[in-house]
Design a protein. Sequence first.
Length: 126
Amino acid sequence: MAVPQAPATGELGAALRHSLAGVVCAITSAMEDLHPSAGVRILLELSTTDAALAHYRAAVYTPKTRFDYRLDIAASDGAVTIVESPSAPGEPFLEFVRAMARTLAKDALGTSPLRWPRRLLRWRDK
């Protein structure tokens, strides 16, 4: 990841660039590792939309595992349809994903014009 070049030069400029590089690395590292030390982290990300549906990818992160889902949310009434879910090990988290999607749909349907959130991340003590 490129670090923006600071306008300062000399020792101050070098120190500023080094500091910015550390911040960028820390943010990137935190975003790549969504596995919590306890509980579960649930992420919904907007894939695409059309007139009838919003298509989302979802991931549930446990301390050691990740479970992936795909779901559709109807633009007319907010109905959530799970299109793809993991087999038995991910089944306990299906209701968390569905509940988050319903909350996301309720909020989105309250906007005019309709705006689907691009990303929603939550932690639960499971």
